[in-house]
Write a protein that binds this ligand. Structure first.
Ligand code: NDP
Length: 311
């Protein structure tokens, strides 16, 4: 019998007719990623490599689910023999309303990137923050605890990163967003984490700023790590979210975007004599943590890294 490729895209109509839609597929599809768009997702390559390496007899597929289909698609999951799914743009935030429970990271972030199907229950998790933390350790050999961090953005990824920095008791956290109110709201949400005794010079430990040149320029000498959690850089024509002339050699630049090795932000870091890394390592580690949630066993991290094109 013909075996379909795992990277094929499925839809809500396929989920509604799952047994028929996947009749000839071996090993069976029991994991996947929901997104709109979803064609660009690298999770199938990474997770299928992990499944094969661990001799787990199932496959991971892409599902093109539109925003108005999310509720139905999640509902159908409870009736099928699936292990779980990942969520990507634009489902991470709305999905929280459709779950039976969610872990602390998902609740505090307000976004879910991993769902485990537990009998009839959908349990939500967010592995982006811990994935970011592992990526920073791997790329720069530092812990968030010791860092003064500037996060660009205040959406789902930025919230997960900021929460992780707060939980690890980073030295300082500055949140910069185009819509200032959203940065302010995120800072307010994290206030309790910064009530402790770590006192830090003339600048506040927790601060929201607008993503504008004068405000960012002022912060450069007071931060060590800058994480881009905006989509600026996804398109080839994009410029760096912070121009190279504002950056300085002491900085570590982490771009959550992984569409190319040298994103505009990473290029700007190199131009400024700073260190820079793209988001592939965060993708890897958030995926490995999802694998561990689904299977309660260590993920084959080097196999997954290789599947993403790393060495
Ligand atoms: P959201 O849509 O939730 O948030 C987007 C954020 O970017 C908002 O703060 C928004 O600001 C800001 N923004 C959007 N466009 C612009 C712009 N033109 N100029 C300035 N700010 C802008 O997206 P996510 O948080 O889910 O994703 C953000 C990025 O993180 C994506 O590019 C994604 O690729 C990456 N990501 C990477 C992961 C990895 O594993 N490497 C994991 C998750 C995400 P405003 O509030 O003003 O609209």
């Amino acid at each position: 019998m013909k075996k379909k490729r795992t990277t094929e895209r499925y839809t809500l109509a396929d989920l509604d007719n799952w047994r028929e839609a996947t009749r000839n597929i071996k090993p069976p599809i029991r994991l996947g990623v929901f997104g709109d768009p979803v064609a660009h997702s690298l999770s199938p390559e990474m997770q299928n490599a992990a499944l094969a390496a661990c001799n787990i007899d199932m496959q991971y597929a892409r599902f093109h689910i539109r925003p108005n289909e999310l509720r139905s698609a999640l509902h159908v999951l409870t009736e099928l023999d699936l292990v779980g799914v990942n969520l990507t743009v634009p489902h991470k935030i709305p999905a929280l309303h459709f779950l039976d429970d969610a872990d602390e990271n998902a609740r505090l972030t307000g976004a879910v990137n991993t769902i485990k199907i537990d009998g009839q229950k959908l349990r939500g998790f967010n592995t982006d923050g811990r994935g970011f933390s592992r990526a920073i350790r791997e790329e720069f050999s530092v812990d968030l605890r010791d860092m003064r961090v500037l996060v660009l953005g205040a959406g789902g990824a930025a919230r997960a990163i900021a929460l992780q920095c707060a939980k690890e008791n980073c030295e300082r956290l500055v949140l910069a967003n185009r819509t200032f109110d959203k940065a302010k709201k995120l800072a307010d949400d994290l206030l309790d984490f910064f009530a402790g005794p770590k006192v830090f010079g003339p600048v506040p430990r927790l601060q929201a700023i607008p993503l504008e040149e004068p405000a960012v320029r002022f912060q450069i000498g007071h931060v060590d790590l800058i994480a881009n959690a905006t989509p600026i850089g996804l398109n080839r024509a994009d410029s760096s979210p912070i121009p190279a002339r504002l950056l300085a050699p002491h900085l570590m630049i982490y771009d959550t975007i992984y569409s190319c090795e040298r994103t505009p932000f990473v290029s700007a870091a190199i131009e400024a004599g700073a260190r820079g890394a793209n988001g592939l390592s965060m993708l890897l580690h958030q995926g490995a943590l999802a694998f561990e949630i689904w299977f309660q066993r260590e993920a084959p991290i080097e196999v997954m890294r290789k599947a993403l094109g790393g060495s």
